[in-house]
Design a binder for this molecule. Sequence first.
Ligand SMILES: Cc1cc2nc3c(=O)[nH]c(=O)nc-3n(C[C@H](O)[C@H](O)[C@H](O)COP(=O)(O)OP(=O)(O)OC[C@H]3O[C@@H](n4cnc5c(N)ncnc54)[C@H](O)[C@@H]3O)c2cc1C
Length: 811
Amino acid sequence: MKSHTRVAVIGGGVVGCSVLYHLTKAGWTDVVLIERDQLTSGSTWHAAGGFHTLNGDPNVAKLQGYTIGLYDELERITGQSCGLHRSGGLLLADTPERMEWLKMAHARARYLGLETSLLTPSEAKQLLPLIEEKYFVGAMLDAADGNLDPYGTTHAYAKAAKMAGAEIYLKTPVTALARRSNGTWDVVTTEGTINAEHVVNAGGLWAREVGRMVGIELPVLAMEHMYLVTDDMPEVIEFNRERGHELPHAIDFKAEIYMRQERKGMVLGTYERACVPWSPRTTPWDFGAQLLEPDIDRIAPSLEIGYEHFPAMARAGIRRVVNGPFTFSPDGNPLVGPVQGRPGFWCACAVMAGFSQGGGVGLALSQWMVNGDPGFDVWAMDVARYGPWATRSYTNEKVRENYSRRFSIRFPNEELPAARPQQTTALYDVMLAAGAVMGDSWGLETPLWFAPPGVEPRDVVSFHRSNDFPHVKAECLGVRNAVGVTEIANFAKYEISGPGAEGYLSRLMTNRMPKVGRIVLTPMLNPAGKLIGDFTIARATPERFLVWGSSQAQIYHMRWFEAHLPDDGSVRLHRFDMGLVGLSIAGPRSRELLARLSDEDVSGTALRFMDHRAMDVANCPARVNRVTYTGDLGYEIWVAPEYQRRLYEKIRSAGQDLGLVHFGMRALLSLRLEKNFPTWYRELRPIYGAFEAGLDRFVDLGKPDFIGREAALAEKATGGKLRRVSFAVDASDADVLGDEPIWHAGKVIGWITSGGYGHYVDRSLAQGYIPTSLAEDLRQGAFEIEILGDRRNASILSEPLFDPAGARMRM
Ligand SMILES: Cc1cc2nc3c(=O)[nH]c(=O)nc-3n(C[C@H](O)[C@H](O)[C@H](O)COP(=O)(O)OP(=O)(O)OC[C@H]3O[C@@H](n4cnc5c(N)ncnc54)[C@H](O)[C@@H]3O)c2cc1C
């Protein structure tokens, strides 16, 4: 074993081997993989080897497409067979809702460059004669689906990496990790210690244990998973003989099963409701190539439906049942990337579909390590998307929920119930009493909308406009016509202070830092000029800045902030988490309301748009920002949590005769659409530049130095490839949800990032990205947006429909 290496990858499953291969491909060849036993000694050994492109997140779907395309390359480089069967796959819809979901997946596939087609039940039966047609309303064919040999594929990755110079140490368990003062890691194994600049946790079933070696508890849990292999089936033999090829894969959403041909029979796997975690606290180190006890009773409900839907399967004998464990994160997507607070320690774990995702994970991680950036949008699998609230028992509840819903539809307005409420503010019961329907915002219960008296506070889940529509409308009108109050505790809040704070923030952010008592809005860019943050920054004193951002990105941002902290101690960084909470009041009468709660001068000349002030509000020591995301006159009032209840009660009583309404996140998102405001995670993501996103006025290119400046200058000079635009859409009873294709002159030219109904302006609205060259096409109906399979006319809005001059914000 070497004494020093650039990267030590822990774990020789398909994911670790893919990371190793991709590191060599990216040019780092002084890399090693350390495996406890033999390659494929974890969940990889158990896998059924199926692969597909389907994923709820388009960016992950794209990476799955990349993974599947990679196998030919691996075989070519190494001569090692991956045992590929590219049979195509059918996704079978049993209800109109599921068919709508498939239509959306099909529409999205157009701009992802994936090859899918929609089929009638009889067309599906043509391809897969095992189907009992009457149970289905339609299907989608994904030509890329197939299966492979897990052992051969893992060895192909390993061989390709070794051919490029990587070393692999087998029978070498890693027992401890210790960080040296120079920032490198000592990787302690039973065979000696190797010093590494970077360590990758690809420990699969043991990822938690490897995480614990550096003092973290990763939100990952293994679940038992069963599939059965049938005896030879005459129907399969006949099909192969007649058609000369294999049967396609199939997913039956109703039965919650997947199936594919295996030799002359079939493999049938289930994601059963009564699912069971495996080794919920620790994974035994002596577990290896061994199976768990099968429990057919547990999967019987799925089998019963499956046997009705595929009668030939009921007649087939069962050759063997495989029960093996593999890992999931709470939302089912991998945990990838650098771990905040542990520089040089990276994750590539919780990969539940190693043969669909392993290549993409390896590509993303290797680019991230080599170039400092994954090179594309990996937010959906970034390990930083979870906060400290994602504890081991929380993870257990969420993973079970996710597993049992693996083939269920997640509606856009559907909030999943497991492990809730996890975090609440002091207003939780008050908000519920006011009719709040709550949603989960980064582990915190947050009001989505308010049901008036007599209306049940419950979402009817749908892809169409739903039961909340009139009530969200009433909230929006209440804000625009008078005043509304909403809870904003879920925002991310940080304090950055010290003598070096201004210089530090100036280097990180694109905008100039504000004067004391003032606020700026500012994007944050990576060196490639792509958006990695969007903040509101107030200067409280010359050396103290308060920073607000997106709740979901708190750990993501802390990781970046910490990585750029000067080491002279001149900058202090603090994430408030729930130590600072807030309420926002907005609407033309909000100033009158604030005036009733304070003896300060809050007139438009004393407390101007974009002012920040420390002042008493309703007796509470507060910090007030004169900004709101509604695009109206409004204020954010920030207090310590112990004051929030008093603040709310005083706002409520003082606002009664002003027409005060509650409004929730859904109204807030509708109001911001009317102003064409973008939102982090939808319009603002690391695949877009600041000018592409239309944030020009927040990028001060006159500043001599900030991260991403060179790239931003270049983007400004060329105009960028894409442009964020807002559309008015001729929708009927369904608005855009996000990720729909945008058509122009008969071709898909872009995609929607978000949208909904603008209740005050009474229009269906959307935002998305299109090629810059088309952004000037302002003709009515020049574009079409595909909503649930229908192409709807859409027209670019050159200015916001509400208050284009911004007079209301400044009044
Ligand atoms: C029954 C079943 C069916 C499946 N079917 C499919 C399928 O059809 N398609 C699909 O894509 N996926 C399938 N999967 C999931 C798939 O197996 C996983 O996604 C994949 O194996 C994850 O690979 P990994 O490399 O992350 O983890 P693992 O395969 O668990 O590998 C981790 C490796 O790390 C090593 N290791 C851990 N800790 C240490 C240490 N301290 N020191 C040294 N080495 C260490 C282990 O020995 C192991 O070899 C299935 C899984 C099961 C159980």
